[in-house]
Each structure stands twice: as structure tokens, then as C-alpha cells.
Design a protein around this ligand. Structure first.
Ligand code: XIL
Length: 346
């Protein structure tokens, strides 16, 4: 390189560096993550190691758009302890490594659930003491592995009967009794006293009986000193109309008033009779639902995060419902724009 060329390259480098530093940073946020981070809010998505292995564009999009990630299946019991006492953490470890490399917070999901549960737990004919010991070992092995890395956990998932009529009949209720819930929180807390521990369930924002059952359950746990810190509202919506902001806000503040942190943990919004509306109308109702739920969260101090259950429609657990913010080509839908706009302006 001649001296002249070298000097001109050097000069342009200096000019570029100076202008990058000097230009005022007024550009508006381009991604959900930037908009959420600017207001100190957590915007999340379910993400899956099994889906994103070898897919750099999925990995980058997820990290560009979200500052929180929930491993969709990798931390469930069937994934982490498929055989009794034989733990397999490869996929969960990859999720944690990925999230850490991208500076994302991790919402651990989930320790005790009637689904994603291996047959050996369901059909083992264990005594009460045995099942308590099995549950303790499972929870403590998983939580302590990720101590200081996974900041929050769905400890118990969907313990309430589908429509809210008491507790759900599952192997833990049958063998241990209702105390399995308090025990699960106690075990998780012993393994990581700093982790934020959630109870997580669905549809309480729209079904009054389920809302009151969940409220009583949590009120009882809090009153007896059980280490529960938060409640996750999944919010998988099935509707052809917009659910009002107030409906969402009522449920969020009800639980916030118990002194609990509240999070929207699995948001998506599906039409139930899609044929009755044009695609544009459906997309705009969906967008309204997303922004109403998010606005409600932003208006309730206890509500700390808004997570959608997947990056794009094909990755949804119900792909035919097209319930997410991006379409099959990964392009943003009106729901994406309404979420971005809500984060920027609400
Ligand atoms: C779903 C996953 O998205 C699917 O990939 C899996 O096959 C089944 O579980 N409520 C929950 C989530 O708490 O764990 C569920 O995730 C969706 C409903």
C-alpha cells in the first residue's frame, strides 16, 4: 500500500469514527427488543434449540427481537429426566448458552406439569413418599444446574382443572395430595433462593371461575409463606373479537395486588371461525388483541414481561391457527407492528 493510500484510508476511518460518535442517536427503535429495552421492559418469545439448530437466521431474528427467551420444550421433565435418575441436559444447555451469548434473560419452563411427563413418572405406582422424593430430586437437579443462569422458573404449570373447577386431577394430586404445589415451590427455592418462582396457567383472564380458583390458590400459598414470587398468565386466545384492554388489566392487577410479579408468558391469538372474516379483518383483530394485552401489562406495575409462544406461525404449537406475529415467510404481520408501536408509544 502506498503512503498516500494508507493515509487516505486512515483519514476516512477517523472521519467515520468521529461521525458515528457525533451523530445524535435520534433514530427510532427498529426492533421489539430495542423498543422494550429502551423502556426497561422484557419482551420474550418461546424459542427452541430443536428448531434452531443450524438455522442462523432463526437464531439471529430471535435475539434481535427479544430480550427474554423461554425454552419451549427443552427443560420439560420428559426432556431433562426421560428415565428415572438419568438426566439429559444437552438441549437445555444449548438454549442457555445461546441466550447467554445474546444477552437474553431465560424464563425456565417447566418443572411440574401433567404433560411433558415421562411414562415412568405417570405409571410408576410410587408411594407418596417416593413420589415426593422423585419430585424433589427432579426439581433440585434441574434448578441447581442453572442456578444464577436461569433467573425465573415456571415451577408448577396448569395445576388447575381446565375450566377452573378445583385442582386438576394428575399423578401428583392423586398420590401426594394438594400439598404437592407448596412442596414444589419449597424444593425449587431450596435449590436457588434467588430465582423468581412462578405458578403458570391459562385462560384465567377470560374465565371467571378459573380466575377465582387461581386467585384463591395463590392467596393461600402466599398466606402460608410458600416461596411463590410470580404468576404467569399464558394467554392463548381463541376469539374473533378484540378482548378489551380492561379485561386483561383486571386479571393482571388482581394478582399483582397479592404482591406477586405477573407475566404474560405464552401469548398468541387465534380466530375461532376464521371463514367468517376476511384475512385483513382477522389480522387487524389479532393485532388489536396483541396490543390490548401488552398495553394492559404496561399499565400494571406488577406486570414485568410479555412473551409470545413462538417466533412465527409455522413454529406455533398450533400452526394452522396462524396465531403469532410473523407469517410463514417470517414477515411481520399487523400484530408485530401493533406490538412495536405499543412498546414505543403506550
Ligand atoms: C407446547 C409446545 O409448544 C409444543 O411444541 C409441545 O409439543 C407441547 O407443548 N402450554 C404450555 C406449553 O405451558 O408448554 C405448551 O407448549 C403450550 C401450552
Amino acid at each position: 500500500m502506498s503512503k498516500v493510500v494508507f493515509l487516505s484510508v486512515l483519514l476516512s476511518l477517523v472521519v467515520n469514527l468521529f461521525s458515528a460518535w457525533f451523530v445524535p442517536q435520534t433514530a427510532s427503535a427498529a426492533t421489539l427488543r430495542q423498543a422494550a429495552t429502551a423502556r426497561n421492559f422484557l419482551i420474550g418469545s418461546a424459542g427452541s434449540y430443536w428448531r434452531f439448530t443450524n438455522d442462523a437466521s432463526y437464531q439471529n431474528l430471535l435475539a434481535n427481537e427479544f430480550n427474554l427467551v423461554t425454552p419451549e420444550n427443552e427443560m420439560k421433565w420428559v426432556a431433562t429426566e426421560p428415565n428415572q435418575g438419568k438426566f439429559t441436559f444437552y438441549a437445555a444447555d444449548q438454549m442457555v448458552k445461546y441466550a447467554q451469548s445474546k444477552g437474553m434473560r431465560i424464563h425456565g419452563h417447566t418443572l411440574v406439569w401433567h404433560q411433558g411427563l415421562p411414562a415412568w413418572v405417570q405409571n410408576g405406582n410410587f408411594t407418596r413418599d417416593q413420589l415426593i422424593a422423585i419430585m424433589k430430586n427432579h426439581i433440585q437437579t434441574v434448578v441447581s444446574r442453572y442456578k444464577g443462569k436461569v433467573q425465573e422458573w415456571d415451577v408448577v404449570n396448569e395445576a388447575i382443572e381446565h375450566k377452573g373447577n378445583g385442582l386438576r386431577d394428575n399423578i401428583f394430586l392423586r398420590v401426594i395430595g394438594p400439598e404437592y404445589i407448596a412442596l414444589a415451590f419449597q424444593f425449587a427455592h431450596e435449590a436457588d433462593p434467588d430465582a423468581i418462582l412462578y405458578y403458570n396457567d391459562y385462560s384465567t383472564e377470560i374465565w371467571p371461575l378459573k380466575s377465582s380458583t387461581q386467585y384463591s390458590l395463590l392467596q393461600g400459598l402466599v398466606a402460608s409463606g410458600v416461596p411463590v414470587n410470580g404468576v404467569g398468565l399464558q394467554m392463548h386466545e381463541y376469539t374473533d373479537t378484540a378482548i378489551p384492554l380492561g379485561t386483561y388489566a383486571n386479571e393482571l392487577s388482581l394478582l399483582g395486588n397479592l404482591g406477586l410479579r405477573v407475566s404474560i408468558t405464552e401469548y398468541d391469538a387465534s380466530g375461532i371461525q376464521p371463514a367468517s372474516k376476511t384475512p385483513d379483518v382477522r389480522a387487524s383483530i389479532q393485532a388489536q388483541n396483541y396490543s390490548n394485552a401488552l398495553s394492559a401489562c404496561l399499565s400494571v406495575a406488577a406486570c414485568k414481561s410479555f412473551t409470545t409462544w413462538g417466533l412465527a406461525d409455522p413454529f406455533s404449537f398450533q400452526p394452522t391457527f396462524v396465531p403469532l406475529m410473523r407469517d410463514a415467510s417470517m414477515n411481520p404481520k399487523p400484530a408485530y407492528n401493533s406490538v412495536l408501536n405499543t412498546l414505543q408509544t403506550f
